[in-house]
Design a protein around this ligand. Structure first.
Ligand SMILES: Nc1nc2c(ncn2[C@@H]2O[C@H](COP(=O)(O)OP(=O)(O)OP(=O)(O)O)[C@@H](O)[C@H]2O)c(=O)[nH]1
Ligand SMILES: [Mg+2]
Length: 300
């Protein structure tokens, strides 16, 4: 560690689905936050640590800020908003492919109250014509005194290194908070449950992706030295349970196979995955259920 090592905590905030988790995974070089084309994929804040010889950046991916329709949504928005007070820098990410909307204004209003530098990150530039990018920059530049406006594509990596250079260039001197090999604050058990939830998001639509939670019941080594992972997918209604199981169990089998592959890649060992589906009526609105599933503000 040199004398002028730099470090900082950096929140990634924005509306749902703008690409916050995709960006963080790309920067860290590993999938630690799940991604999907469904809004409101991320439900917790998730740290991703990037350590180089010169600096350590601790990114905090947050749930998309939206108008909540249930207690889980309240929790998610609260988590994202609270994060603003815990960081040194803020990346406010927008989707280049969508126009400015009321949701963005809500976030810009929140940003008026913070003192830290805010970078405007215009993501998904691969989807738009350069003329549109100029228009967007014009439209946003006066809405807040942004430290910098940086267009990127988190998906193909375009300009992401430039963003890192810009942010690193302005980081203050600071300690290396975490060992160089640490990439996230969440235990493997959390990431495993998220990987399973991601497969459900990929294979279901409408209300189902939002209505499920995944609970890891048990992880142990079995007699063949294979890792046994037992997990329950919780749904809100029995009709949803039926869809998740599928014809002769076909849906659950597909979700299980794809999840197992990801879990094996994460753990570097063979995995035997057992999945169940359970109904817990209206769990997203029940405080005790939310607590049981780990959605607790006091744990943050
Ligand atoms: N074309 C394109 N798609 C992108 C880009 N970045 C992300 N996406 C896609 O946008 C969708 C949402 O990405 P996520 O990373 O899950 O978005 P998020 O902001 O974390 O969403 P929430 O967790 O719901 O708030 C996924 O389908 C991504 O593949 C990009 O730069 N270009
Ligand atoms: Mg996300």
């Amino acid at each position: 560690m040199t004398n002028n090592f730099k470090s900082g905590f950096i929140a990634i905030i924005g509306r749902p689905n703008v690409g916050k988790s995709t960006f963080m995974n790309r920067v860290i070089g590993q999938k630690i936050a799940i991604m999907s084309d469904k809004a409101q994929t991320t439900r917790n804040k998730i740290q991703g640590v990037l350590t180089t010889k010169e600096y350590q950046m601790i990114f905090i991916d947050t749930p998309g800020i939206h108008k909540p329709k249930h207690r889980l949504g309240d929790f998610m928005v609260q988590v994202a908003e609270n994060t603003l007070n815990e960081v040194d820098n803020i990346l406010f990410m927008i989707n280049a492919d969508e126009g400015y909307g009321r949701g963005d204004q809500y976030i810009i209003d929140l940003l008026q109250k913070v003192k830290q530098p805010v970078y405007l990150v215009i993501n998904k530039i691969d989807k738009i014509h350069p003329d549109k990018l100029m228009q967007l920059i014009d439209q946003y530049k006066d809405l807040h005194s942004f430290e910098e406006i940086i267009p990127i594509s988190a998906l193909d990596g375009n300009n992401v290194n430039h963003l890192l250079e810009v942010v690193a260039g302005k980081l203050p001197d600071g300690p290396q908070y975490y060992p160089a090999d640490k990439v996230t604050d969440h235990p493997e058990r959390f990431i495993i449950s998220e990987l399973i939830r991601e497969k459900v998001l990929h294979h279901t639509k409408e209300e189902i992706p939002h209505s499920i939670a995944v609970v890891i019941e048990n992880i142990e080594k079995n007699e063949n030295e294979k890792l046994l992972v037992q997990a329950t997918i919780v749904t809100e209604r029995s009709s949803q349970k039926g869809i998740l199981i599928g014809k002769q169990g076909s849906m659950l089998k597909k979700i299980g196979q794809q999840s197992r592959r990801d879990i094996e890649a994460l753990l570097g060992s063979k995995v035997y995955l057992e999945l169940w589906v359970k109904v817990k009526k209206d769990w997203r609105n029940r405080q005790n259920q939310l607590h049981e599933f780990g959605f607790r503000l006091d744990e943050y």
